[in-house]
Write a protein that binds this ligand. Structure first.
Ligand code: FE2
Length: 279
């Protein structure tokens, strides 16, 4: 599926943009299903927000129990000082996570198939294992920043294999909080490890290497339907969305089953709910 040039580019930069990977009707179906999940979500059932600041402190039972289920999380700025939502519920949700790819038929259809399987092979995932899915809304006006990180922080394997499949469901640009990456940064060491011990979360610092700055970071502007695939060590972030338009995206985090998956990763599966590949 990838040309030799694309494979070289991926090896050199740690990421690749594949324009028009998903059709408009596939995107429409996923967006529709996400809207239904949000519509069915009772905001009185949880006030849980999602933030990438002080993650160990903000991680709660609601988050930990979303590992192998489907749950909605609010934007950090969704609630006013009175504790009420500042805008409509549908414009207040940060993300849906984290097992729609296995539990929801519409999400499952979007997340599997021969094209994705072929791409996985080409980026070195001989035995792809899909651990996590996230529908990210990046809401207009209040879409939260996602600070610099590497996805291998959350999905450690030996050797490191996690690869992110990031699907643009709407056009993403500098105004509405597109991804920023450091080309070649996948050759830098893992800086942090997100560790789960039962119901305890710890973020361990592994390296003092600073995060990329303005000189090396590049924006990855994408059109709806584009797929960005990137290496688990590639530093990336996205700015808050202060624009009037949302920036929906869908992500899959995939490791290689030939590697050793850390028992301290926050998402674990067992025989009752086995991890699956793209087919
Ligand atoms: Fe990430």
């Amino acid at each position: 599926m990838l040309s030799p040039e694309q494979q070289q580019q991926y090896a050199r930069d740690g990421f690749l943009v594949l324009p028009g990977f998903k059709r408009a009707d596939e995107i429409a179906a996923l967006r529709q299903r996400a809207a239904e999940i949000v519509n069915d979500f009772d905001p009185a059932s949880s006030r849980a927000i999602f933030t990438t600041r002080e993650q160990a402190k903000h991680t709660d039972d609601y988050f930990l129990r979303s590992d192998n289920t489907i749950r909605c999380f609010f934007e950090e700025e969704a609630f006013g000082p009175d504790g009420e939502l500042c805008q409509a519920k549908a414009l207040s949700i940060n993300k849906i996570g984290h097992a729609m790819h296995d539990l929801d038929p519409v999400f499952s259809a979007f997340s599997h198939g021969p094209e994705l399987a072929a791409l996985a092979t080409d980026v070195g995932l001989a035995v792809p294992q899909l651990w996590q899915s996230m529908y990210i809304f990046k809401q207009p006006g209040i879409g939260g920043e996602v600070r610099w990180h590497q996805d291998a922080t959350y999905f450690e394997t030996t050797p490191i294999s996690v690869t992110t499949f990031w699907f643009a469901l709407e056009d993403a640009n500098r105004d509405n909080g597109c991804l920023w990456v450091e080309p070649g940064g996948h050759r830098s060491p893992l800086r942090e490890r997100f560790v789960r011990m039962g119901d305890e979360i710890r973020v361990e610092k592994l390296s003092d290497l600073p995060w990329p700055g303005d000189a090396t970071a590049v924006p990855l502007e994408a059109r709806a339907g584009d797929l960005v695939v990137f290496h688990g060590l590639l530093p990336h972030y996205s700015a808050p969305n202060r624009s009037p338009v949302s920036r929906h995206a869908f992500t899959l985090h995939v490791t290689d089953g030939r590697t050793a998956y850390s028992p301290l990763n926050w998402i674990q599966r067992d025989a009752s709910f086995p991890v699956r590949g793209f087919l």
